[in-house]
Design a protein around this ligand. Structure first.
Ligand code: NDP
Length: 557
C-alpha cells in the first residue's frame, strides 16, 4: 500500500523511510529539524516547533496542509478534508495552506518564487531550492516528496515520488475506464492486481523499444550538433525522429490492414503501464550506477547533491551514452512520445469495435495530439537547446516521464472517451479546433522565432526585432512573440492542452487532469527557467522583466 514517512538521518535532516501503513507525519528531532515518523492513521499535517522549523504531527483525518509560522517557515496544520495546497508567505518561502479540494498547484509569491496554491488536480510536489524558494522537482511529472535543504528545513523530496507516480498513473488509468470516472471518490479507485499483468505486455514493450532503437541508428536524416559542453566539445545527434514516426505509422496501418486488433491495446493499458514503469526503474538504476564512471565535466549541475535518493531522481549524468547512442535524447522524443500516438490510435480502434465508428470527439483528440507529436519530431533539432537536454541530468524523473508518464497519462482523454462517449456538435467542434489552432500557432511561431534567433541572430525573419544586450554576449528578444510575455510558447501549449480536454465535455474532471497538471508543470518550469536566466544574465534579465512584465498569460500572470 502507498506509504510515506520520514525518519531521522544522522544529521537531523529529513529522510523518507517506508513503513507499512498509508501514513505521513512529522515529529520533532532533537535538533528541531524536520523528521517523518510513522503513525497509524492516514494523515499529514504540519505543526510549529518551538524553533519555528517544520514538524509533522499526526492528526486523525486524511489531510495535508501548510500554514505559515510566525517565522515564515513551512508548517503543516491539520484541517478536515483531503487537501494539499501552497500559498505564498510574506517571505516568499513555501507554505501549505488548506483548501477544500484534493489539489495542488503553483501560484506566484511576492518575490516571484514558485508556490503551490489550490487548483483542481490531486497532488504535486515541493522541492526546496538552496535559496528557500519552492520548486517542482519533476519537469514532466507531478510529484510529492521531501528532501533536505541546505538549511535543514522541512521539504518534500525525491524518495516517495518513484512510489507515488506509478501509483498515480495506474489510478488515473483505472479511473478513466470506470463508469463513474470520479477523481474525488474516497477511498480512491485502484485496479485489482489481476488487471496489472499480461505476459504480452513486456513482449510488446520490448519489441517497440527494439524497433525504435533500430530506427534511431538508421542513417536517415541529417546529423546535428548540440550546444557546447563544459569541456568545449559538442555531441552529435541524429535528426531522424520524424522518419521514425512516419515508419511507425506505416507499420501500424499495415497491422490494421492485416486485421491485427489494435483495439486490444485498451485492455493491455494497465499491464503496459506497469512494464513501462519497471523499465524506467531499470534504466534509472543503470543510469545512476554508470554515472559514477562518468568524468566530472559530464555531470549535471543539479543532480550531484550527494543525497542518493535525490540524485537518483534528478539524474547525475548530463548526456549518458552507450557508444554514440544517446540515452536521454532517444527517450525524450521516440518510444514514449510516438507510443502516446499508438495508445491513442488503439483507443480509437476500441471505440470503432464498440460502436461501429469513431466519434468526432475521439477523432479530434487523436488529431490534435498527433499534430503535437509530429510537430515535436519535425522540429526535433530544437530539443537540443531545451533545458531537458542542456541542463537536466538523466535520472528517474525524465526516464519515467518519457517512458511511462507521457504515453499513459497524456492519453487519458482518449481512454476516457472509450467508456464515456461524448456527442460533439459542429459548433462546439469548430470552436475547439479554432482554440487548438490558435494555441498551436502561438506555440510554433514563438518557439521557431527563438530558435532562429539563437542559431542566427542576423536571419532576415528576426534581424529587425528589438533586443537587449547581456554581459554574456548573447542578446535577449524584447519584441515579437517574446515581447508579449516572457514565455509565449507556454501560453500556446496551455491553450492546446485545454483544446484536448474540451472534446470530453464537462461531465467529469478527469479529462481536465492534463490541463491542470500541465499548468502546474509549466508555471514551475517557467520559474525554474527565470532563476537560471537571472543567474546567467543578471541586470539584463531584470531589464527584460521590467520591459515584459508578464510571464505566461498577458495581464494575468
Ligand atoms: P524554452 O524554449 O522556453 O527556452 C527557455 C530559454 O529560452 C531560456 O533559458 C533562455 O535560454 C531563452 N530565452 C528566454 N527568454 C528569451 C528571450 N527573450 N530572447 C531570447 N532567448 C530567450 O524552454 P522549454 O524547454 O521549457 O520549452 C520548449 C517547449 O517545450 C515549449 O513550447 C514548452 O511548452 C514545451 N514543453 C512541453 C512539455 C510537455 O510535456 N508537453 C514539457 C516541457 C516543455 P538562452 O538565453 O540560454 O538561450
Amino acid at each position: 500500500i502507498p506509504v510515506l514517512s520520514l525518519v531521522p538521518s544522522n544529521h537531523g535532516s529529513c529522510l523518507l523511510g517506508a513503513s507499512c501503513i498509508p501514513v505521513l507525519s512529522l515529529v520533532p528531532s532533537n535538533h528541531g529539524s524536520c523528521l517523518l515518523g510513522a503513525s497509524c492513521i492516514p494523515v499529514l499535517s504540519l505543526v510549529p516547533s518551538n524553533h519555528g522549523s517544520c514538524l509533522l504531527g499526526a492528526s486523525c483525518i486524511p489531510v495535508l496542509s501548510l500554514v505559515p509560522s510566525s517565522h515564515g517557515s513551512c508548517l503543516l496544520g491539520g484541517s478536515c478534508i483531503p487537501v494539499l495546497s501552497l500559498v505564498p508567505s510574506n517571505h516568499g518561502s513555501c507554505l501549505l495552506g488548506a483548501s477544500c479540494i484534493p489539489v495542488l498547484s503553483l501560484v506566484p509569491s511576492n518575490h516571484g518564487s514558485c508556490l503551490l496554491g489550490a487548483s483542481c488536480i490531486p497532488v504535486l510536489s515541493l522541492v526546496p531550492s538552496n535559496h528557500g524558494s519552492c520548486l517542482l522537482g519533476a519537469s514532466c511529472i507531478p510529484v510529492l516528496s521531501l528532501v533536505p535543504s541546505n538549511h535543514g528545513s522541512c521539504l518534500l523530496g525525491a524518495s516517495c515520488i518513484p512510489v507515488l507516480l506509478p501509483l498515480l498513473v495506474l489510478f488515473l488509468l483505472s479511473v478513466s475506464r470506470s463508469p463513474g470516472a470520479s477523481l474525488l471518490q474516497w477511498p480512491p479507485q485502484l485496479p485489482p492486481t489481476s488487471a496489472l499483468w499480461d505476459p504480452l505486455a513486456p513482449l510488446l514493450l520490448l519489441g517497440w523499444f527494439t524497433l525504435h532503437a533500430f530506427l534511431y541508428l538508421l542513417p536517415l536524416g541529417k546529423v546535428s550538433e548540440g550546444l557546447v559542453l563544459k569541456n568545449g566539445t559538442r555531441l552529435k545527434y541524429p535528426i531522424n525522429g520524424f522518419h521514425a514516426l512516419v515508419i511507425s505509422v506505416g507499420l501500424l496501418l499495415l497491422l490494421l490492414w492485416l486485421g491485427v486488433p489494435l483495439g486490444s491495446l485498451f485492455d493491455l493499458l494497465l499491464p503496459l503501464a506497469v512494464c513501462a514503469t519497471g523499465l524506467s526503474f531499470l534504466l534509472s538504476f543503470y543510469l545512476y550506477i554508470s554515472s559514477f564512471w562518468a568524468p566530472p565535466h559530464a555531470l549535471a549541475p543539479g543532480g550531484n547533491t550527494g543525497n542518493p535518493l535525490y540524485d537518483f531522481f534528478i539524474g547525475r549524468e548530463l548526456n549518458p551514452r552507450i557508444g554514440n547512442f544517446d540515452l536521454k535524447y532517444f527517450c525524450e522524443l521516440r518510444p514514449g512520445l510516438i507510443g502516446w500516438v499508438v495508445v491513442n490510435l488503439g483507443m480509437l480502434m476500441k471505440e470503432v469495435e464498440l460502436r461501429d465508428g469513431a466519434s468526432l470527439a475521439m477523432l479530434l483528440v487523436n488529431g490534435f495530439q498527433l499534430l503535437y507529436v509530429a510537430d515535436a519530431l519535425w522540429n526535433e533539432e530544437a530539443v537540443l537547446t531545451t533545458m531537458d537536454i542542456v541542463h537536466d541530468g538523466f535520472g528517474f524523473m525524465l526516464a519515467f516521464g518519457d517512458l511511462a508518464w507521457v504515453p499513459f497519462a497524456y492519453s487519458l482523454q482518449a481512454s476516457f472517451l472509450v467508456v464515456h462517449p461524448v456527442e460533439l456538435g459542429a459548433a462546439a467542434a469548430t470552436a475547439i479546433v479554432l482554440l487548438n489552432g490558435i494555441g498551436y500557432y502561438i506555440f510554433r511561431k514563438s518557439n521557431s522565432q527563438k530558435n532562429v534567433f539563437r542559431r542566427d541572430p542576423k536571419h532576415p525573419s528576426v534581424s529587425s526585432l528589438e533586443t537587449i544586450a547581456t554581459a554574456t554576449g548573447k542578446r535577449l528578444l524584447v519584441s515579437g512573440w517574446w515581447g508579449l510575455v516572457r514565455h509565449p510558447n507556454y501560453l500556446g501549449d496551455l491553450l492546446m492542452a485545454l483544446a484536448w480536454s474540451l472534446p470530453c465535455g464537462f461531465s467529469h474532471l478527469l479529462p481536465y487532469f492534463y490541463v491542470g497538471y500541465f499548468t502546474v508543470l509549466l508555471v514551475h518550469r517557467e520559474a525554474r527557467d527565470e532563476r537560471q536566466c537571472r543567474a546567467k544574465y543578471g541586470q539584463a534579465w531584470d531589464a527584460y522583466c521590467q520591459r515584459v512584465p508578464y510571464r505566461i498569460f498577458p495581464y494575468l500572470y
